[in-house]
Ligand binder design. Structure first.
Ligand code: ZN
Ligand code: ZN
Length: 160
């Protein structure tokens, strides 16, 4: 079925692909598998946004669909389970270490993978530990992501 307002857009994996917007999500899922080497991350707000993994942090802060989730997150504030549902689990695959200086905090900054990962909008996955430990960890992660989303300071100790 054709939709009158259906626009053609260019596939982010292969510029030779011109895809109708109504088919884009379906196409991207297939194309991602073919071009898995491109290391793209799928936006939490719109599954048709496949962005380079290195641009993911910038994208989710500027995504035009972010407002939708912001409203939802606000509405369910305090509901841990709902907050979890707001965020799709996103585990980056071989994210390159940052080369630019945008996330340094002054002279003497040294690269610290753990610090970097704490400031990225990813849900870290805890392996091992008891079931309740893993649950608590996941809840802390969700809160951290919400803070990140709301531009609040990342203070894990406060919520531990
Ligand atoms: Zn394609
Ligand atoms: Zn997006």
């Amino acid at each position: 079925m054709m939709i009158a307002s259906d626009r053609q857009v260019t596939c982010v994996y292969n510029t030779a692909h011109q895809i109708y917007e109504s088919r884009l999500q379906y196409h991207l899922v297939k194309c991602k598998k073919v071009h898995n080497d491109q290391k793209k991350a799928i936006c939490s707000f719109d599954s048709t946004h496949h962005v380079p993994a290195s641009d993911y942090l910038v994208h989710i802060q500027t995504c035009p669909n972010r407002r939708v989730l912001d409203e939802h997150a606000y509405h369910v504030d305090g509901e841990r389970r709902s907050a979890e549902e707001c965020w799709k689990e996103y585990v980056p695959v071989n994210l390159p270490p940052p080369q630019e200086s945008w996330d340094t905090d002054g002279p003497g900054y040294t690269y610290n993978p753990d610090r970097v990962s704490r400031e990225k909008p990813v849900i870290r996955v805890m392996t091992g530990g008891t079931k309740s430990e893993r649950k608590a960890f996941r809840q802390r992660e969700c809160r951290r992501l919400q803070n990140l989303n709301n531009g609040l300071p990342l203070n894990e100790r406060q919520s531990a």
